[in-house]
Design a binder for this molecule. Structure first.
Ligand code: AKB
Length: 347
């Protein structure tokens, strides 16, 4: 039996109900049987995913955890340092956790400031998750990868699923390694780890931190305040991007798919749209004609240049029916509408 699930905005931003809530279908009999731990629930994706998973599985079934205390989200929260394997083990036992979403990571731009520190955080936390999953028989693990796994040797356009992976950031190296460890745990121990290579994710509910695609969120915040925006990438830098409701839906659809449909146990290519800073600016200008932009590329330009301009996600479409809903103009309209509501509400 399927039930229709809807969810609204998260609690870490001013409330502003979306006109058309995102819908999920899920197996009703799964609800209230799952006990889910989200690691990195205070982050850009984690904060939105927490609300979405609570809509699907029940508020008390989803434990939101982060390094720092989380704001009240109406459900259970925990402080967890994912580098502390014993603390993770104890938490999993205490809450009878049977699914883990591991979203904590140092992203591409921040990682370049201290590569060994970033490597240690990204890999140690993943090993802690994989080991607790193996030892405690966790049913499913979600581990996000990224377009950062690709480097300049990869095909730049419509980058295929099976492609040479020579990343140029420590973040990308950690994601290539992480994908392969996920695959290893699946093949060797049967641990059901599932993964998506996220492009840049754009949403109004939360802010990104330390990525190369962050400009595409920041630009909307400047536009609704009618403030001049200085972009850290060149105007013609095309990157793959995805609107938050599509990203959340992709994640839940992958995790709900029957295990025998999942043919990729490293990580699935995932795409929504591709655009350059000049194109997102033009899209925003249709709604905010006064808005102005200038370009001042910094060290993140080199990272962006090493990433694909567009992604071939046909394997995800074939295997578990992935299909994005938002294009650039639909995203701009929804972002600006919701950010304006947040501003009006004092956010
Ligand atoms: C980043 O820019 O580092 C992230 C990503 C694409 O993984 N948003």
């Amino acid at each position: 039996m399927n039930s229709l699930i809807t969810f609204g905005p998260v609690n870490n931003a001013a409330k502003a109900p979306p006109e058309k809530p995102t819908r999920y279908t899920t197996n009703h009999h799964h609800m209230f049987k799952e006990k889910i731990l989200i690691i990195g629930a205070g982050g850009q994706i984690g904060s939105v995913l927490t609300d979405a998973l609570r809509s699907v599985y029940g508020t008390d079934q989803v434990i939101a955890s982060d390094l720092r205390p989380l704001p009240d989200s109406g459900g259970p929260t925990e402080v967890l340092n994912a580098l502390d394997g014993e603390a993770l083990n104890a938490l999993v036992t205490r809450h009878n956790i049977n699914q883990i979403y591991h979203l904590a990571a140092i992203l591409s731009a921040t990682g370049e400031k201290d590569p060994l520190w970033a490597w240690n955080i990204n890999m140690t936390s993943l090993f802690n998750v994989l080991e607790v999953a193996r030892n405690k028989g966790i049913k499913k693990v979600y581990y996000p990868s990224s377009i950062a796994v690709f480097g300049r040797e990869a095909n730049h356009y419509d980058t295929p699923q099976h492609e040479v992976l020579i990343p140029e950031t420590v973040y990308g190296i950690s994601k290539v390694a992480g994908e392969n460890w996920a695959n290893y745990y699946f093949r060797r121990y049967g641990t059901d780890v599932r993964s998506l290579r996220y492009p840049g994710i754009i949403g109004y509910q939360s802010m990104p931190g330390g990525g190369t695609t962050d400009y595409a969120v920041d630009i909307y915040h400047f536009a609704v305040r009618n403030k001049h925006f200085e972009c850290f990438l060149r105007d013609n830098t095309s990157l793959p991007m995805l609107y938050m409701p599509d990203a959340i839906r992709a994640t839940i659809e992958l995790m709900e798919a029957a295990a025998d449909k999942i043919t990729i146990r490293t990580s699935y290519n995932l795409a929504g749209m591709s655009f350059t800073p000049a194109e997102i600016y033009a899209s925003i200008q249709k709604i905010c004609p006064e808005f102005t932009i200038s370009y001042k590329p910094d060290f993140r330009q080199k990272i962006a240049d090493s990433w694909p301009a567009s992604i071939d996600d046909s394997q995800a479409r074939r295997d578990w029916g992935w299909k994005p809903e938002f294009d650039l103009d639909a995203m701009s309209a929804d972002m600006i509408k919701n950010l304006r509501l947040q501003l009006e509400a004092g956010g």
